[in-house]
Design a protein around this ligand. Structure first.
Ligand SMILES: [Cu+2]
Length: 167
């Protein structure tokens, strides 16, 4: 009963996100610069070779005067996410887990893209169709959590990024 399994895990993920929101102590009126996330989206799994996994992409802006690190991500689409990086090793793009997290440089940006650092959503039990929404919660090194709603989209250039360039 895959479907029932999905419903259960979906509910527990949503509860976790709510719990996280309840503990945040927002300093209203503070002029302290804050991390920002923009343009989040998730690649559709419709018609993909491996519909159990996909990537999430976005831009993270760090206006503060210190490097910050994205340590953990959770979603309401699956309980299984990883932070990944892609690097060129001997001329081939290789994907691996970013075990130390993803650094967002001070007074700078980090673009999460399919050919670089990105978020991997795994063990999906439901198709993510174009137009669906996925709630994503990002956790950073100083404990702040940012929740965003990512739209599911098609990514037509994917082959160019994920596959080894032709010799
Ligand atoms: Cu990946």
């Amino acid at each position: 009963m895959q479907r029932r399994g999905f419903l259960r895990s979906g509910v527990s993920a949503a509860a976790l996100v709510l719990g996280a929101c309840g503990t945040s102590d927002d300093q209203a009126g503070s002029d302290e610069a804050k991390l920002m996330v923009s343009d989040p989206w998730v690649r559709t799994t419709t018609g993909k070779k491996d519909p159990m996994m996909t990537g999430a992409f976005m831009d993270i802006t760090n206006p503060t005067s210190e490097d910050r690190v994205l340590l953990k991500v959770s979603t309401d689409a699956s309980d299984h996410t990883e932070l990944h990086k892609m690097e060129k090793v001997d001329g081939t793009m290789v994907m691996s887990e970013a075990k130390d997290g993803i650094t967002v440089p001070k007074e700078g940006h980090r673009h999460l893209v399919s050919g670089g650092y990105h978020i991997m959503i795994m063990k999906l039990e439901k198709e993510l169709k174009v137009g669906d929404e996925v709630k994503i919660t990002l956790e950073f090194d100083k404990g702040e959590k940012i929740e965003v709603t990512a739209m599911v989209k098609e990514f037509v250039e994917e082959e160019d990024h994920y596959h080894t360039p032709k010799p």
